[in-house]
Design a binder for this molecule. Structure first.
Ligand code: HEM
Length: 151
C-alpha cells in the first residue's frame, strides 16, 4: 500500500544544492585544480572543456537533476570508461584532493557536503584499476608439476 500523503514532495539533493549552477561551479573549480596537477594533468586531453561538461552533467544526473548526461553519452559505465587510464593510489588521491577542495569551497551545507564527499571517496576507490594484486587476492593455481612456494 502506498504511504499516506504527507503533503511534502521529496526534494532531490540536486535541488537542495541549488540546481545546475552548483554543479557547474563545482566542476569548474575541480578542473582548475586538475589543470595545475602534475599527476593528473597528463591523463586528460589538452582541451578539458568536454571533460568538464561530462563530469558536470553526470553529477547533475546522479544527484537527481535532468538526465542530459545519459542522453549525450549513454549509460555512465564509469569503471569501463576509466579503464584506458591507469588509476593507482596516487591518481585516486590526487583526484580526491581536488574534489574535496572544490566541495569544501562550494558553500554546500555541512550535511550535504559530507554526503558528497562520502560518495566521491567511494566512487574514486571503485575506479582504482592499477593496484598491485594483494596476496591471497588471486586464486593460487600452480602450473602442473610446479612446487608451491610454501611447500
Ligand atoms: C579516481 C581518480 C580519477 C581519475 C584519475 C579520473 C580521470 C578521468 C579521465 C582522464 C577522464 C577522461 C577525460 C576526457 O577524455 O575528456 C575521465 C572522465 C570522466 N570521469 Fe573521471 N577520473 C577519476 C575519478 C572519477 C570519479 C570519482 C568520478 C565520478 C564520481 C568521475 C567521473 C568522470 C566522468 C563522468 C567522466 C566522463 C565520462 C564520459 O562520458 O566519457 N571520475 N576521468
Amino acid at each position: 500500500m502506498a504511504d499516506p500523503p504527507t503533503g511534502r514532495t521529496p526534494v532531490s539533493i540536486y535541488e537542495q544544492l541549488g540546481g545546475a549552477s552548483f554543479f557547474d561551479a563545482l566542476a569548474a573549480r575541480f578542473y582548475a585544480g586538475v589543470a595545475g596537477d602534475p599527476v593528473l594533468r597528463p591523463l586528460y586531453p589538452k582541451d578539458m572543456t568536454d571533460a568538464e561538461a561530462n563530469l558536470r552533467d553526470f553529477l547533475i544526473q546522479f544527484w537527481g537533476g535532468p538526465d542530459d548526461y545519459s542522453r549525450r553519452r549513454g549509460h555512465p559505465m564509469l569503471r569501463a570508461r576509466h579503464l584506458p587510464f591507469s588509476i593507482g593510489r596516487q591518481e585516486r588521491d590526487a583526484w580526491m584532493r581536488h574534489m574535496a577542495a572544490a566541495v569544501r569551497s562550494s558553500g554546500a551545507p555541512a550535511e550535504l557536503a559530507t554526503e558528497l564527499l562520502d560518495y566521491f571517496e567511494r566512487a574514486a576507490t571503485h575506479l582504482l584499476n592499477a593496484e598491485p594484486p594483494r596476496p591471497g587476492h588471486l586464486p593460487i593455481v600452480p602450473p602442473p608439476g610446479e612446487r608451491r612456494v610454501d611447500d
